[in-house]
Design a protein around this ligand. Sequence first.
Ligand SMILES: [Zn+2]
Length: 590
Amino acid sequence: MKYPQVWDLEIFFKGGSDSEEFKTFVKKANEMSKELNERLQQSLSLKELESFIHDLQTLMQHAREAGAFVSCLTAQDVKDEKASLWQGSVQELFTSVQNVTVGLEEKLTDLTADEWTALINTESLREIAYNLEEKKKAADEKLNPAEEKLAAALAVDGYHAWGTVYNQAVGRMQIPFEENGETKLLSAGQLQNRLNSADRKTREQAFDVSEEAWQKEAPLFTSTLNHLAGFRLKLYEARGWDHVLKEPLDINRMSEKTLNAMWEAINDNKPRFYEFMNRKAQLLGVEKLAMHDVHAPLPTEGDASISYDDACDLIIKHFNKFSPKLASFTEGALRDGWVEAEDRAGKRPGGFCTSFAVSKQSRIFMTYDGSMANVATLAHELGHAYHSHCLKTKQPLAQRYAMNVAETASTFAETIVADALVNEAKDADVKLSLLENKVNRALAFFMNIHARFLFETRFYEARKEKLVSTGELNALMEEAQREAYGNQLENYSPTFWASKLHFHITGVPFYNFPYTFGYLFSMGIYKRALEAGRSFEDDYISLLEDTASMSVEELAMKHLQADLTTKEFWQEAIDVVLADVDEFMRLTNK
Ligand SMILES: [Zn+2]
């Protein structure tokens, strides 16, 4: 075998979850955190504040290194109990880092305007001036520190707890499902798998059972959702924020104008996707697609198999057409044991990429089974690793990109490989299935996620006035789906607000539009790369280096000369997907 399929973790800490080196490392990080906390108790001169900021960043890197190691340990062996214990200790470390950060923010708000200007113009802090300004602005727009502290303390039981109750209630759901002549009790997740079944009868049955089950639990979820939204809105009101999108837009460093331009461009193009949906309905032998058909596999599902070594070579070869630097980075990562790909028992499902901030290396986790989807996943995760690689010389605060640009490099890398697989496919069914997968992905971002965004925006507006009833939630959801899917479906899922976890997450508000943004932003970059070929490489790298140092509008203007607040860029991005729709229509036009 040319490329190792088991990753190398020994280079970080020898001995896995028994590692003495790791024990010492975590102990040292905890001491650093304690020492920083003590320094916060005194008043700090500007010079002392400057070195405090650098020491805090060092601590952040240590916490990330420890977190990365533990997530690798727990993923490679789900039965490693010592690794699970480490998870708790690392979580405590992250919490203490968070406390130190809050302490620093308080110090920053206490500075006079002159002191502040002097601080951020310090030579060593220039690289993170944007990030410090962002922190200061966020703090200025909030309540005073004492009130914010109280709000955060009350949020534990009065806000986040509603998310916990939701998760507990979903975890207890047992849904009767008839299969092969017997009635089984399924979990919500198991029922979800039936919804994606290749057999239409099974999907249909799962859909009906699912709607009924969620409707039964809806009164409880109506309460939890109304209460968590109520808490959020009350806090916004106290801070003087009247717009529910303010916080999510700020977190993603983007303007509402950009968001609107993106959705408008998507809306303009929806009719082209209706043609695709109609064709898919024909191929499935139905008049109109139902909700549970949209992402169903085609009846002539083709798949081909490819060995791990061949997949690695294919990825390197195609990356090289766009960027020799990306290709040689990838070759090194694959050769030096950055990837855990072996198909063996005891591994966690799924895939991820995590970066070791101190060692400046990444590790990729997945289980490679030879399918085309796996090749795309490997390329996707390598894209994440490359993004970290481009940012590795930046100060830690300048490495913290937001959710909407987090998938830029990964989607870009995945698209290069997905296109190559379509072009190289020899079997007609395989080619069609690969194309369909690509368009399907776009449909999820343009329709499903759009429905979530429309629902959530309208729900929060309604919630400002009063508690929103189960019936009203169902109606809002169905209306949002009809609008987002252009009334093209045979049925809708009014209880989707209850079954979709994302509406009940309290960590981040509006867990939807950043996905669509990220996908299309990456497609727009891909379009530029298709036109420019290898000469685009250095622009691409500088763009990645800046992902955590400016707003997305500035990022696009500086590196792509594109104005995100108008539809033009978004249309270019959508054109990339439309080319796939055209090809799909051509291949199925018989
Ligand atoms: Zn990703």
